[in-house]
Design a protein around this ligand. Structure first.
Ligand code: BTN
Length: 325
């Protein structure tokens, strides 16, 4: 029994008030222990009124993710059985890699309110103020290393599907794993792996979703090409429900991936906004232009160059040019 249980009891009280004695009895602890949990909740930003004859009443909640609330009604096979929540961290991916090394179970979710050193693809930084979603997922799939890139595509499918389900807006995927709304980036994924020559030890799938932040927090060059869910919906979006929906979708798609990975590729293709377009791909100082023909079984982009040859691209940044072929 902990402070989250006190919070749940306060939230589910019909009259609003719950006496200290009732809380203590429900939790099987002393009234002093209840009082200590109340004080902890207050330090976290919850406003709790104490009325002598009636007991405690929750009057305001801070906008922080509460694990017990995320888990409410959440039924999954693997993802999110363990959820670890932190306030500010350097990077949830770094934290998750450390936890994975120490033996954290398959499907562990690490979520933070903000990051001081959020990392993006291709060595970029990921601006991470409070108000968004920053999560990393620890996975231990028993699949060959060659299948690892498909995990990122699987994650992109889950993020796009969760946004579509929750917000009813047509999120699309730009190769390999940028989630776009009307051409602007709303979420990104960063996969990191620890492996032996022939075996995956663990994979950390990091997901950053721009939810409620003020777009002014973004660097001006990023601001032009990025958006938030709140901007698209014209109202703030509940991060707890978003995280719950996302975990459910990740669980669904992770198990589809483990059973038959071709299903992930089919879903990725259906959600993608890259294929069939002329694109430029930059990365590692080089830039190529061509027609995005398809993705191969391992998620590489098949780019048709000007001379008609096909080039397999494993990493890079895609810019979509206007006309479709
Ligand atoms: C991208 O460049 O598009 C990938 C961005 C990934 C950001 C997420 S936020 C949670 C996790 N922790 C990190 O440091 N990065 C990822």
């Amino acid at each position: 029994m902990n402070k989250d249980d006190v919070l749940n009891l306060l939230r589910s009280s019909r009259s609003g008030h719950v006496s200290g004695a009732a809380l203590a009895a429900a939790m099987g602890v002393s009234r002093t222990a209840v009082w200590k949990h109340i004080k902890t909740l207050e330090r976290e930003g919850f406003a709790i009124e104490a009325v002598p004859s009636k007991g405690y009443r929750l009057t305001a909640s801070p906008d922080v993710i509460v694990v017990a609330e995320v888990k409410q009604g959440l039924v999954t096979k693997t993802i999110g059985k363990e959820i670890m929540h932190a306030g500010e961290v350097e990077s949830t991916n770094t934290l998750a890699m450390n936890l994975a090394q120490k033996g954290a179970v398959d499907g562990t979710v690490v979520v933070a309110e903000s990051q001081t050193g959020g990392r993006g693809r291709l060595g970029r930084t990921w601006t991470s103020p409070a108000g968004n979603l920053y999560m990393s997922l620890i996975l231990r799939p028993a699949v060959p290393i060659s299948k690892a890139p498909l995990i990122t595509l699987m994650g992109a499918v889950a993020v796009a599907s969760a946004i579509r389900k929750l917000c009813g807006i047509p999120a699309g995927i730009k190769w390999p794993n940028d989630i776009l709304l009307s051409g602007k980036k709303v979420a990104g994924l960063l996969t990191e792996m620890s492996a032996e020559p022939d075996r995956i030890r663990h994979i950390v799938l990091g997901i950053g979703v721009n939810v409620n932040m003020d777009r002014k927090s973004l660097q001006p060059d990023v601001r032009r090409t990025a958006t938030t869910l709140a901007a698209a919906m014209e109202r703030p979006v509940d991060r707890t429900i978003l995280l719950r929906t996302l975990i459910a979708e990740l669980d669904l798609w992770y198990h589809r991936f483990l059973k038959r990975d071709t299903e992930v590729l089919t879903a990725w293709k259906a959600l993608n906004v890259t294929l069939g377009h002329r694109v430029t791909v930059s990365g590692g100082g080089a830039k190529m232009e061509g027609l995005a023909r398809g993705v191969d079984a391992e998620g590489r982009l098949m780019l048709e160059l000007g001379d008609g040859t096909l080039r397999q691209v494993s990493a890079g940044d895609v810019t979509i040019m206007k006309e479709k072929h």
